[in-house]
Design a protein around this ligand. Structure first.
Ligand code: GDP
Ligand code: MN
Length: 414
């Protein structure tokens, strides 16, 4: 039961691709504003800056941490050959040397896949001892429709392994939306972290402060791993992975000003400039759809007929010839794509207008791959006529099933 809710929680983390993530050093600064203990640290974007930062911290017990938006940095490696995205260091010279092997290089971890994530900054922090490395996360749980706190005494670098081999070591707590994290709940959560009795009150306070961040800053995720107890019984967030709801960007200006677009998929960033809601997937059949719900249904039906969608793309309520052309550009940059399925419901937009856009785009891009077009709604007969007469490799359908079947037949999986 508990393991199932953790599986759900970690799935929620994995799905939060669409939500803003912040670099650790930004997250640490935000946590500090809320009274959460964090090790002292300074971020740098150059090797020289890393040297200065280490000097300024004035201790020879330091850690250098690659700032790339991924988990599992400690066990990752760089395309520069360097092993480990989190390294213990003792001198400013070492900070400079390692920073030059991290900055501008791709960090490859279990979560990034082979492509890796570019390291845009390094975070130099004072090294603190940890007598216990606990795990703590706050997430929204769809099943219970409440925030949940996931906690374990076995945090550190292998929480996924713990979830698989020893799921009972991970505890889940529901948070009542109206009551929030009461003293009682906070103490209950604190007591599963494996801390000494001396540290429990500060741990409870920390959990309440973390929940305050979660609530006030419209977080989708607050994950602290490790949340450590130091030998002198202080509680420190030694890592922080914060996610924020994109729908709240209008009221979270400060948080969203910390966005680092270099960490996002360049095509998705480009798409958002044109009001296109685009998410890249692994398959070979690209699709262009108006409306998020219809886009989901379109991906489902491609799968139903044995195909694999290459993307999710919602071009919104107004599919103009310009947005259609932009959408083609985006999906054609994926070399795996060998077929396109356009599924437009002409309610506000006229189908013949969309067809004109499609024909123009097919010509602009000198399309070689098959395009199946399903247009329903206003002026669909005229649209079909335009497409049939275009002499291009466009196939017009009115029915969704037949259209999906056709594109799967024309665009076989590699
Ligand atoms: P992640 O691999 O991306 O989760 O990066 P973390 O920031 O969690 O660092 C990886 C591991 O390095 C942590 O789980 C800790 O064991 C260790 N670590 C990181 N910072 C410190 C620190 O300041 N002191 C100590 N003692 N260990 C640290
Ligand atoms: Mn961590």
């Amino acid at each position: 039961m508990l393991s199932r809710s953790f599986a759900r929680a970690s799935r929620a983390i994995a799905q939060q691709k669409r939500f803003l993530s912040l670099h650790e050093y930004r997250s640490a600064a935000l946590l500090e504003q809320y009274g959460v203990g964090v090790p002292r640290g300074i971020a740098a974007t150059t090797a020289e800056g890393a040297y200065e930062a280490a000097k300024k911290l004035g201790t020879n017990e330091l850690v250098i941490k690659a700032q790339a938006l991924t988990g599992g940095r400690g066990k990752g490696h760089f395309d520069s050959g360097l092993q480990g995205g989190v390294k213990l260091i003792s001198t400013p010279e070492e900070a400079r040397d390692l920073a030059s092997q991290m900055l501008g290089h791709k960090l490859i971890t279990k979560q990034t896949g082979a492509a890796g994530k570019e390291t845009t900054a390094v975070y130099i922090v004072e090294r603190r001892d940890a007598r216990t490395e606990a795990y703590l996360a706050i997430l929204n749980d769809r099943a219970s429709q409440t925030p949940i706190i996931v906690a374990s005494s076995q945090g550190g670098m292998d929480i996924e392994g713990v979830a698989e081999e020893n799921p009972d070591a991970i505890k889940t707590f529901k948070v009542d939306l109206k009551e929030g994290v009461t003293d009682k709940l906070a103490t209950e959560v604190a007591s599963v972290l494996g801390y000494t009795d001396e540290a429990i009150p500060e741990a409870a306070k920390t959990i309440q402060n973390l929940y305050k961040v979660f609530e006030e800053r419209d977080c989708t995720q607050v994950e602290i791993n490790p949340l450590s107890e130091t030998p002198d019984h202080k509680v420190l967030a030694m890592d922080a992975k914060l996610g924020f709801d994109d729908n709240a960007s209008f009221r979270q200006e400060e948080v969203f000003s910390w966005r680092d677009p270099t960490q996002e998929d360049p095509e998705e960033v480009e798409a958002s400039k044109y009001g296109l809601n685009f998410i890249k997937l692994d398959g070979n059949i690209a699709n262009i759809v108006n409306g998020a719900g219809l886009a989901m249904a379109t991906m489902d039906i491609i799968k139903l007929y044995g195909g694999a969608p290459a993307n999710f793309l919602d071009c919104g309520g107004t599919a103009t010839p310009e947005t259609i052309e932009k959408a083609f550009g985006l999906i054609l940059s994926d070399k795996q794509v060998n077929g396109i399925f356009v599924n437009i419901f002409g309610g506000i937009v006229r189908c013949d207008y969309v067809a004109e856009g499609l024909i123009a785009a097919a010509k602009t891009f000198k399309l070689e791959i098959p395009v199946v077009v399903r247009l329903q709604g206003t002026n669909m007969a005229q649209a079909k006529e335009l497409i049939d007469k275009s002499g291009l490799k466009l196939f017009a359908f009115e029915e969704l099933d037949a259209a999906a079947e056709k594109i799967v037949e024309l665009a076989p999986k590699a």
